[in-house]
Design a protein around this ligand. Structure first.
Ligand SMILES: Nc1ncnc2c1ncn2[C@@H]1O[C@H](COP(=O)(O)OP(=O)(O)O)[C@@H](O)[C@H]1O
Ligand SMILES: [Mg+2]
Length: 312
């Protein structure tokens, strides 16, 4: 049997009096794209740095493909590619030259370097612009070069710390598409405090808060288990008055209006299916859209972190 790509066992890390990671046990299945989610200070970077052999556990351990990050750090470094939260490149170097340099550093044999560099540039979509100085790259291009740098030695595991936090919406899409495209080829663990992005790219999520793992499952199961259904409504005209009226109802957890769109998080879905259409009709506003959906990760997350989310 091949070992699971990442196995965290009772991982704990303290910095003085701060408990950054508390008893984290988690195993990541091969080929999955897993999001490590949590607000700032949740312990994501600490966890990822230990995984990437850049920090040591206070207690517990992490194994990558069956190798301990502390006992066999060299084997772990060969098995994984790491993209730090803030990655800087020498401005004067071209993307291609930088990647050759990264390939040499990560131990790609001299005879294989050229081919590895070209196929990796191709994979991240930078082959055409490989000869331009990194200085001229957009945020998304830089992040893709960071991913190329991590993949150039052909690891089985890719670890990224907040890969889209610093990017504009176009850069985010570029990078998330690239990461999604790696599904099945490489196991991916990425951290993020941006839940919508993780929702788009990941098939599994692990939610951390104050160093503790609150939940870990497929994105869909987590939503089904921890979030009530959400109703999306669109009317012609402003939904603000409707939202205000609904907020007082016992079966409504939260009603938010944004222009003509209304989002209603409910505690009693059966009642909502009966009462919500009635309330809309009573408002006299023409109804354009009425949809029942799973909640967004953001909604699940807010419930879990505020402690109100209990498994159904
Ligand atoms: N080197 C360090 N020294 C002291 N405290 C640290 C250090 N690194 C992280 N911490 C603390 O550990 C906690 C978790 O931080 P971090 O892992 O960076 O969280 P995240 O990446 O989720 O924002 C925070 O309270 C942070 O201040
Ligand atoms: Mg961090």
């Amino acid at each position: 049997m091949t070992a699971s790509p990442i196995e965290f066992s009772h991982l704990t890390k303290t910095f003085g009096r701060v408990q950054a990671v508390r008893d984290l046990t988690l195993s990541v299945p091969a080929g999955a794209v897993v999001g490590l989610l949590g607000p700032n200070g949740a312990g994501k970077t600490t966890t990822i740095r230990i995984l990437a052999t850049l920090g040591r556990p206070t207690s517990g351990q992490v194994e990558v493909a069956g190798r301990s990050t502390t006992a066999e750090p060299d084997a772990v470094r060969r098995a994984l590619g790491y993209v730090p939260q803030e990655i800087a490149f020498p401005n004067w170097m071209s993307g291609r030259a930088y990647l050759r340099f990264a390939a040499a550093l990560s131990g790609v044999a001299a005879g294989e370097r050229r081919a590895r560099v070209e196929s990796t540039l191709e994979l991240v979509g930078l082959a055409e612009v490989g000869d331009r100085r990194t200085q001229t790259y957009s945020g998304g291009m830089r992040q893709r070069l960071g991913i190329a740098q991590a993949l150039v030695h052909d690891p089985s595991l890719l670890v990224l710390d907040e890969p889209v936090a610093a990017l504009d919406p176009i850069g985010r899409s570029e990078v998330l598409e690239l990461i999604s495209g790696l599904r099945g080829e490489v196991t991916v663990l990425l951290s993020s405090h941006l839940l919508d992005d993780v929702d788009r790219a990941c098939d599994r999520v692990a939610i951390l808060s104050e160093g503790r793992l609150l939940a870990h499952d497929s994105t869909t199961s987590i939503k089904e288990r921890y979030g009530g259904p959400v109703f999306h409504v669109e009317v012609r005209g402003s939904a603000a008055g409707l939202a205000e009226r609904l907020s007082g109802e016992a079966w409504v957890e939260q009603a938010r209006a944004e222009g003509s769109a209304l989002t209603v998080v409910v505690s009693d879905p059966d009642r909502a299916e009966l009462e919500l259409p009635r309330a809309i009709a009573a408002s006299g506003l023409p109804l354009l859209v009425f949809r029942r959906e799973l909640p967004s990760l953001e909604e699940v997350f807010l419930r879990l972190v505020s402690g109100s989310g209990k498994p159904a």
